[in-house]
Design a binder for this molecule. Structure first.
Ligand SMILES: [Ca+2]
Ligand SMILES: [Ca+2]
Ligand SMILES: [Ca+2]
Ligand SMILES: [Ca+2]
Length: 379
């Protein structure tokens, strides 16, 4: 568990621990044999399935790499444009990784088949298609379309276990109507309307279990008012207000369990002061909020709450220019932060934390603008 070395070592920024990155390069603008911006996941799949190559070029037109299903060859140039190196890496990438996420509107990492490992899921807004690539603990395996026509043009999409069977379900919200497509472990079943008139014009929307019954509830926040519609497993009940005056003007809001009682808590982050306020759930409401830390994440690019040490409590993680700072929760506050990773994910468009190998500790995942996915494994 090399990540622990970095936690204990305070020398900080220059310390890069050994990583195991198992996703390499997925999609880069190519001129041949297929044209840029024209690929769908299906087209990418077909290309590689036919042993086709993707060629990538930099802005000056130099070949930077070419790849197919079994290898990636990368070129490096010096300042004069001479080839410095040409390296070929064999790879065990699968179709999912090769075409991963091209053109997708939302990306999720959550366990959809109930084996304890979080899976990669992509949502395409135009077609309402949801693609799933199951995690086998070491990588994401071949993707499959689990449903189409679910959430075309929708405002919000969620992936959480709404009926409490241990498998995350595909849920969308549009104009206050929430539609749920339950996972059966190998597909999402036909969607059904679970509630309407909940969340029109809301500032933030969540699907997370706030009363600890294992079923994710539909929660919205607006002007510091948090409204909860509990899941019965077959629908969302009428909503009620659980707290007011919590998070007005906040930079970001979260709904996740920070004290380990299985009930998701309402957390808000203010970027100017780097302050995090927590309002714990007692199962029936959110109790008076308290500040759990300040000075953590001032000016940061991204903030994430996820359990990184496997104790069942979500920790406060911030990312800035490829540096990941972690503040572990002890259940009553976020303790002083420490740098866990540096030089990882700079320039990426998305930062995610999810447990994809089933060890209960979240791995750090980044997605680059070219839809390359990388996973930081601690081992
Ligand atoms: Ca899984
Ligand atoms: Ca479910
Ligand atoms: Ca619930
Ligand atoms: Ca809690």
């Amino acid at each position: 568990m090399e990540i622990k070395i970095i936690m204990k070592n305070k020398c900080g920024f220059n310390l890069i621990i050994k990583t195991h990155i198992f996703v390499i390069v997925l999609f880069i603008v190519s001129s041949t044999p297929i044209s840029a911006n024209a690929q769908t996941v299906e087209e990418m799949y077909k290309l590689f399935a036919n042993n086709g190559y993707l060629y990538s070029y930099d802005q000056t037109g130099r070949l930077t790499d070419y790849q197919n299903q079994s290898s990636v060859t990368k070129y490096e140039y010096d300042l004069n444009g001479n080839i410095l190196s040409k390296k070929t890496l064999s790879r065990t990438l699968n179709q999912w990784q090769l075409g991963n996420g091209v053109g997708s509107n939302s990306q999720f990492v959550s366990d959809v088949n109930g084996d304890g490992k979080s899976d990669a899921v992509l949502f395409f807004k135009d077609s309402g298609s949801w693609y799933v690539s199951l995690s086998n603990g070491q990588q994401f395996t071949s993707y499959q379309k689990w449903i189409a026509g679910h959430g075309v043009g929708s405002g919000h999409q969620f992936l959480a276990d709404a009926d409490g069977d241990g498998k995350a379900d595909a849920v969308i919200e549009n104009n206050g109507s929430w539609y749920v497509a339950l996972s059966n472990g190998s597909g999402f079943e036909g969607y059904k309307l679970w509630i309407s008139g909940h969340g029109v014009g809301a500032n933030a929307l969540f699907l997370s279990d706030v009363n600890g019954d294992g079923k994710a509830d539909a929660v919205i926040e607006n002007s510091g008012n948090w409204y909860v519609a509990l899941s019965t497993g077959k629908g969302f009940e009428a909503y009620s207000k659980w707290i007011s005056g919590h998070g007005v003007g906040a930079t970001k809001e979260f709904l996740t369990d920070v004290n380990g009682d299985k009930r998701a808590d309402a957390v808000v982050f203010f970027e100017k002061e780097g302050s995090w306020y927590v309002s714990l759930s007692n199962g029936k409401s959110f109790i008076e909020y308290k500040r759990w830390i300040y000075g953590h994440g001032i000016g940061s690019e991204e903030q994430i709450l996820a359990d990184v040490n496997g104790d069942g409590k979500s920790d406060a993680v911030i990312v800035n220019h490829g540096s990941w700072y972690v503040s572990i929760t002890d259940g009553e506050r976020f303790t002083s932060y420490d740098i866990w990773i540096s030089g990882y994910g700079f320039g990426s468009k998305s930062y995610l934390l999810a447990d994809i190998d089933g060890d209960h500790k979240a791995e750090a995942i980044v997605i680059y603008p070219n839809e390359s996915w990388y996973v930081w494994d601690y081992s």
